[in-house]
Design a protein around this ligand. Structure first.
Ligand SMILES: N[C@@H](CCC[C@H](N)C(=O)O)C(=O)O
Length: 249
């Protein structure tokens, strides 16, 4: 089976397509292992769908499934278009709902599911946190000192709230820096799309930014976030690192 390795702002994934949806949790753990496998933050498998261009299965590197993955959706759209599985303007089904995506060369935009503010009253570690849903749950706090990201505290909050954990800082030019401890990877990743979207949405709701912002994850790449009629748009480059044949099902 041909598999591809993609990086989307530093969040990296293994992808392939299949006619059959099956439990691939063990395969995800095997392929995503950075010592004995290909190495990735997640596994994405595209399967046929009667109404949309395709449906996907998304697995974190620990084998857990997640409803949505922002960076993964951009890599997946590029993979689908490149392999003739979908037009440049496509829709596909995730557990979070239907995602629209548009491929222009290596620049891909995903339209995420409508964001929800689940809680805005959490206080932990001397910081005020919001819990938001941008397809998956994210805790968000603002901290001017982006070096002040305590991964031990983040891990505790991740399990207390079953959510990804983000700290963000809004720059004077309206851009946003984000660091994310990612559920299911159980470590900080170089980028997390739904996390960047959650940080952007809180900053927008608190009038710290307008309806458009450049967001910089740990990788330092530039992502373009927007809020259009209640939908968060998420745009940035993706890169196919390599493809190869592997015995996977
Ligand atoms: N990195 C992803 C998020 C993937 C799912 C997350 N790890 C979870 O389990 O909630 C993104 O780009 O959004």
């Amino acid at each position: 089976m041909m598999i591809a390795k993609y990086s989307a702002s530093g969040n990296d994934f293994v992808l392939f397509h299949s006619f059959i949806a099956r439990d691939r949790s063990e395969l995800a753990r095997t392929l995503c292992d950075r010592q004995s496998g290909v190495g990735a933050d997640g596994l994405i498998v595209l399967v046929p769908h009667a109404e949309h261009d395709f449906e996907w299965q998304f697995y974190n590197s620990d084998g857990s499934t997640a409803e949505m993955c922002g960076n993964g959706s951009r890599a997946c759209a590029h993979y689908a278009y490149s392999n003739g599985l979908a037009p440049a303007n496509m829709t596909f089904l995730t557990e979070a709902g239907v995602i629209g995506a548009e491929v222009e060369g290596d620049m891909v935009q995903s339209d995420l599911t409508p964001p929800k503010i689940l809680r805005d009253d959490i206080v932990a570690g001397g910081k005020k946190w919001w819990l938001l849903d941008t397809g998956v749950p994210h805790l968000v706090t603002f901290d001017a000192d982006m070096d002040n990201f305590d991964l031990v505290e983040a891990r505790a909050l991740r399990f207390e709230h079953n959510a990804n954990v983000n700290i963000a800082s809004v720059n004077s030019d309206g851009s946003i820096r984000v660091r994310t401890y990612e559920r299911g990877v159980e470590d900080e990743t170089l980028a997390c799309g739904t996390g960047m979207a959650a940080c952007f949405y809180r900053a927008n709701r608190e009038e710290l930014v307008g309806d458009k912002a450049e967001v910089y994850p740990k990788s330092g790449e530039t992502l373009y976030l927007g809020l259009e009629e209640g939908t968060i748009t998420f745009k940035g480059l993706v890169k196919k690192t390599f493809e190869t044949v592997l015995d996977v099902k």
